[in-house]
Design a protein around this ligand. Structure first.
Ligand SMILES: Nc1ncnc2c1ncn2[C@@H]1O[C@H](COP(=O)(O)OP(=O)(O)O)[C@@H](O)[C@H]1O
Ligand SMILES: [Mg+2]
Length: 338
């Protein structure tokens, strides 16, 4: 087996908030609480969960843009917190990031040629003018734009095209890993599928590993073979997207699946879905993080934190009653078709 692209062990990230008053201790946000994750090469791996669950924090740590409070992270076999800034800079050409906002992430005053070529300079490659133009042209073509588009400014493109420009910029250093944080969330639904198809083509064509982050399970299901579901900074379920969708075991994943509109969906049947936004966790928790939103919670869920355990072959879940809940759901599904 080849070396994993990403290996994360017991990763934690806490943020210290400024003191609100002289007489009260400063608050802490528990953004990531013990993440373990291995991403194998040449796959697209999804990370899914509600806004505020820690996805972007995880992405920033993978990219070496933020440091964990505890735990380790290796990218391409290297501990990215132990490498020197110089090493990180040269590693950069091998992993790139694409952000959600195709408007904010492209400098409006620069032509596309300069925007797309920028990572070449950031990583210390200094190709001549001719080679630079060729590489920018190639990168634009690989995302379905024309080489002459390099003369244009970002405002001359639509949202979907701008996200293509952002992808071309990520591709220019021929990376083996791209972390895409909500790459289609700001786009119209009709354009989302085009960009998702493009990501799939790029994965096939260049053998790139994608870490694909989204709050939308349907999008992750479309774009990825495997995924992890995050709730309050913890992986609560992980496996092939076909299993997460077909037989979700964690009540939280079930609520995400049920929130995806599809024919015959019976909402609120399995989980009482809280309309409240995800609350930030501000204290270390003893029991299951999902306990207050779970329709199946029992005493043990308040006192004992469920660990991520193998449920089916490559399907893992952190819930004391996962099998029972999964079986019940299956029975209800069958009954609803009878
Ligand atoms: N720099 C920061 N300072 C304080 N809190 C932060 C900071 N960055 C993120 N957080 C908090 O960490 C949690 C996770 O945030 P984030 O990773 O952005 O979630 P997501 O990308 O899933 O929406 C949130 O509660 C957020 O408010
Ligand atoms: Mg985010």
């Amino acid at each position: 087996m080849s070396q994993p692209v990403i290996e994360i062990r017991n990763l934690e990230r806490r943020f210290q908030l400024p003191r609100e008053s002289l007489f009260r201790p400063a608050g802490t946000v528990y953004a990531l609480n013990g993440i373990n994750l291995t991403v194998e090469p040449q796959q697209s791996f999804g990370i899914v969960g509600e806004s505020g669950c820690g996805k972007s924090t995880l992405a920033r740590i993978i990219m070496g843009l933020d440091k964990p409070t505890a735990g380790s992270i290796k990218v391409m076999g290297k501990d990215i917190n132990a490498v020197t800034p110089h090493e990180l800079r040269s590693m950069r050409s091998d992993f790139q990031m694409v952000f959600q906002d195709p408007f904010g992430s492209l400098n409006p005053r620069h032509r596309v040629e300069r925007i797309v070529a920028e990572p070449l300079f950031a990583t210390g490659e200094t190709p001549g003018k001719q080679e630079r133009k060729e590489r920018v042209g190639e990168a634009l073509q690989s995302v379905g734009l024309r080489p002459n588009d390099m003369e244009k400014y970002p405002h001359e493109f639509s949202g979907g095209q701008r996200q293509r420009v952002a992808l071309a910029r990520a591709l220019i250093t021929r990376p083996s890993l791209i972390v895409a944080d909500e790459p289609v969330s700001a786009l119209d639904v009709s354009v989302q599928a085009q960009v998702l198809n493009l990501l799939r083509d790029l994965e096939d064509q260049f053998g790139i590993t994608f870490v694909f982050i989204s709050h939308n399970l349907a999008v992750v299901d479309y774009a990825c073979q495997d995924a992890a579901v995050i709730y309050l900074g913890r992986i609560v379920e992980q496996g092939p997207t076909s299993a997460l969708f077909g037989r979700p075991l964690h009540p939280y994943t079930q609520s995400l699946v049920d929130a995806v509109p599809h024919v015959g969906a019976k909402r609120d049947q399995v989980v009482t879905r809280s309309p409240a936004a995800l609350k930030t966790q501000t204290s270390a928790q003893s029991g299951c993080p999902f306990v207050d939103r779970c329709a199946f919670a029992r005493d043990i869920c308040r006192s004992e934190k469920p660990e991520l355990q193998v449920a089916d072959t490559d399907h893992m879940v952190a819930c004391h009653f996962a099998q029972e809940i999964g079986d019940n759901r299956q029975r209800e599904k069958v009954a609803s078709f009878a």
